[in-house]
Each structure stands twice: as structure tokens, then as C-alpha cells.
Design a protein around this ligand. Sequence first.
Ligand code: AMP
Ligand code: TRP
Length: 323
Amino acid sequence: MKRFLSGIQPSGLPHLGNWFGAVQMHLERAKQGNAYFFIADYHALTTLQDPEKLREYVREIAVTYLAAGLGETEAVFWRQSDVPEVTEIAWLLSTVTGMGLLERGHSYKDKTAKGIAASAGLLYYPVLMASDILAYDADVVPVGKDQVQHIEMTQDMAGYWNSTYGQTFRRPEWELSKTPKVSGLDGQKMSKSYGNALWIFEEGKALKKAIGRIATDSRPPDEPKDPKGLLLFEWLELLLPADELADLARRLQTGGANAPGYGELKARLVLAIETHFADARRRRQELLTHPEHIEAALARGAVAARAVAREVRDRALRACGLR
Ligand code: AMP
Ligand code: TRP
């Protein structure tokens, strides 16, 4: 069975887009076996230089995956920085990687254009990412469009190394995540950096307030509407059972006294979120009262991940003459 690997950057609190776009898909894949997931904390340092926040985001991502049920699967789940061999392999890879390849990086260009400091680490980011993938002999890496170039660079780096020193690294393939794009509170793609994201575990007043911010128009409730164009309906589609959705859609299309107004849809959405995440929320609370369980899960993952990375590292050291 092909080995599946993905990394998640702890650059903010995990939001609904991450949940429906990544966590759920990862969980499904984890149930099939041979799946590797890690929290890319070394990478996060290129954009986040606040130790307290970094600790919080790493913890929240770990808790999110564990609360979703990853701990009950065979998946290996760890924190990138617990396996320092990846930085070692990254160094080896950098010695066969042209500066030109890194300078052509879209992500590097986008981030520096947005004003993020052009550190050597930011330029080197794809080398560390290549190492993340090659260190675990991964076959398939699911990514969003923005990450495809990073996987192509990984293929290039594996190729340069293998043609210099002989077959050492397995060439990975990328797979476009099939998950639909989850819109943010303003209708644009939900993203940590757009200020339109809803944290997965938001609840109570804060949740109501956030849902209240979802953009709507000024059409009266009884005017017939196409549910397809409604941001609120799009969100409800992620959460409600099919029969209730069909009923809502019909009432929206028909209009009249029986049609739901935006206020009703918002109230339904708040309730749907509360219900959908009730279980995961309870597990999150349990984990937070026993942070040692979070650490223990990550430590277990690190042992398993490290065993693989060491073997690959040794293979690379032998190939290039350092052993
Ligand atoms: P990011 O938070 O952008 O680093 O993304 C982490 C993961 O969540 C990636 O697999 C993304 O494809 C996924 N993701 C992020 N935002 C969304 C969104 N708005 N809709 C669907 N998936 C998303
Ligand atoms: N760069 C990825 C992102 O921003 C995170 C990441 C780091 C990653 N290392 C990885 C993803 C290895 C897949 C494989 O989303």
C-alpha cells in the first residue's frame, strides 16, 4: 500500500476550512493504513516568531487531530522538530539544489511580496519540505494547488541526488486534495490570513457573533432564492443531513411565508456547528485537562517517525561518502 504523508503548519488556529478540507480527508486516509502526518513547526518559524503563539497553535493542531479520532488509527502523527534528522537530510539536499530553483519558488515570492522578511529560512523552506517528504519514503502527498510546486521541487531534488549518488530517495507524487473549497465569513476562501476564518472549536457567544458576520444581502425572506448562491446555505451543506437540506432548499426556492429568513438560517447554522462538533469538543476538553496525553501521543509518533527518518538519513550519508 502506498505511503501517504502530509504536513500541517501551525501558523494559526485550525479553522473550518482545515477541518473539512484537510482533517477529515486525512482521517479517512489514516483508517486505510500507512499514513504519516506531522505538525510542521520548524516551517512555522519562517513566518511566526512568537513562542507563546507557536506553542498554542502546535497544541491546538495536535488536539484537533486527536479529537477527530486520529489516535484511534494506525497513523503516525508527530511534531516535525522531534525528528531533527529532517534538518540533516535537508542540508544534504541543499548541496545538490541550485539557487535558481529556490529563487523561482512561488511561495517565497508571494510571501516576500506580502512583506514577510526574506530570511534564508524562507528561501530554504522548500528544501526542508522536500526532506519532510523524502525522509519518510512517502509515495503520495495530498496538497492544495499552492503546494504543487513544492512537490515538483521535491521531485527535482530527489532526482539531482539520485543521479549524483545513486538511488537513495523515493520519488513522491502529489495528489490534489479533492475537498471542496470552504468559504470564509466574507465569501472568499476561508484562510487564516484573510481574517475570515472560523476556528473549529468556537462556541457560545463568540460562535453566534461570528455567524452573525456572514455576509448576506437585503432581499426579503419571502422572495424566492436559489440556495446555490447563498453563502449560508453553502455552510449548511457541510453540516446538515440530506433530507433537511432538501427541505430548506425547497422552501428557499418557493419563497413566501414558509421560506426561511437569513436569521433563521444563521440560528440553524449555529446549532448545526454546536451539534457537529459536540463530540470533538468534549474530547478536546478531556485532552486539555490531561496535556500529558497530548505529549505522549506526539512522543509515540516521534519514535516511529524517527526510526524511518534515521534509516533514510543513514542511506543518504552512505551514498554521499559521509559514512
Ligand atoms: P493552510 O491552513 O492554508 O495551511 O491549509 C492547511 C490545509 O487545509 C490544506 O490541506 C488546505 O488545502 C486545507 N484548507 C485550508 N483552507 C481551506 C479552505 N478554505 N477550504 C478547504 N480546504 C482548506
Ligand atoms: N508547506 C505546507 C503548507 O504550507 C506544509 C508542509 C510542510 C508540508 N512540510 C510538508 C505539506 C510536507 C506536505 C508535505 O501547507
